[in-house]
Design a protein around this ligand. Structure first.
Ligand SMILES: Nc1ncnc2c1ncn2[C@@H]1O[C@H](COP(=O)(O)OP(=O)(O)OP(=O)(O)O)[C@@H](O)[C@H]1O
Length: 264
């Protein structure tokens, strides 16, 4: 009995923040996912990298509940998507901001949609910007901020309703290099402070490795998980991380897998 209990404990699945089983998705004749499975252990920052058009955005949109799928099951922390609290940061902050609302009202928007009272909205937004030391005049409108500042505002908006998971679809791709560094550091700080698991699609392999605990390498269509690669460098990751042997080795390894996949 005791032995059984120990065995059962050992085989019991770890807590997963995302669990995907038997996922199928096609667009017309184009099969993107055919019986795709994925489990992501809790408290991780997971990045997704793969060939152009393999279905990275489609995957993040299905898992976050923004896009329907044909077949399969997706659970967030063991629950159906509709019962999970989800934060989503879009690739293009210009389209994602509501331009007629101030930065403050953009951040507070998800709370207002939920019917949260004005005082609680204000407390929550103020707490958030104090925690992450956001020094912006939130009375201003989105267009008056730089790209990095707007992306930061959209990250604050995604966090304001206390999400269980944060999804980010290429959060740096519309930013210049300098701004990318700033937003990337802020994202890492948010992850380290909140421990909210993050699932992030990234276009650039080094970006995919730098912040991640796990890098998911996807194949060409129909899309499979080719490999999940662990990157265990200590946090915070800094400029020094970029030249560390483990970063160089993991990046090289991911690139090699990617190139093998492209040759198929
Ligand atoms: N709503 C849609 N209707 C029809 N086809 C679609 C739709 N959305 C995506 N596709 C197609 O599905 C494929 C995967 O698209 P998706 O944007 O998910 O890939 P991706 O890996 O994120 O691409 P990229 O690397 O270019 O950002 C592409 O061929 C795309 O044209």
């Amino acid at each position: 009995m005791v032995a059984d209990a120990i065995t059962n404990q050992q085989i019991a699945p770890p807590e997963h923040f995302v669990s995907v089983q038997g996922l199928c998705k096609s667009f017309g004749e184009v099969v993107l996912y055919d019986n795709f499975n994925l489990d992501l252990a809790n408290n991780q920052l997971v990045s997704v990298f793969g060939p152009n058009g393999c279905g990275k955005s489609t995957l993040i949109n299905m898992i976050s509940g923004l896009m329907p799928f044909d077949q399969g099951e997706i659970r967030i922390h063991g629950k159906p998507i509709r019962r999970a609290r989800i934060g989503y940061v879009f690739q293009n902050y210009r389209d994602a901001m509501l331009p007629w609302l101030s930065a403050y009202d953009n951040i507070a928007y998800p709370l207002r949609v939920k019917g949260v009272g004005e005082r609680e909205c204000r407390d929550r937004v103020e707490q958030l910007i104090a925690t992450f030391n956001i020094q912006l005049d939130l009375k201003r409108y989105p267009y008056s901020f730089s790209g990095g500042q707007q992306q930061l505002i959209s990250i604050m908006r995604a966090l304001v309703a206390d999400p269980e998971v944060l999804f980010l679809d290429e959060p740096f791709s519309a930013l210049d290099f300098e701004t990318t560094l700033f937003v990337r550091d802020k994202l890492q700080e948010i992850f380290m402070t909140t421990q909210i698991p993050m699932f992030m699609v990234v276009h650039n392999l080094e970006e995919a490795v730098f912040l991640a605990d796990t890098i998911l390498l996807l194949s060409k269509r129909p899309t499979r998980l080719v490999e999940r690669v662990a990157f265990n460098a200590p946090r915070p990751r800094t400029f020094e991380t970029l030249s560390s042997p483990e970063f160089v080795e993991i990046s090289r390894y991911c690139l090699e897998i990617f190139r093998q996949e492209m040759r198929k």
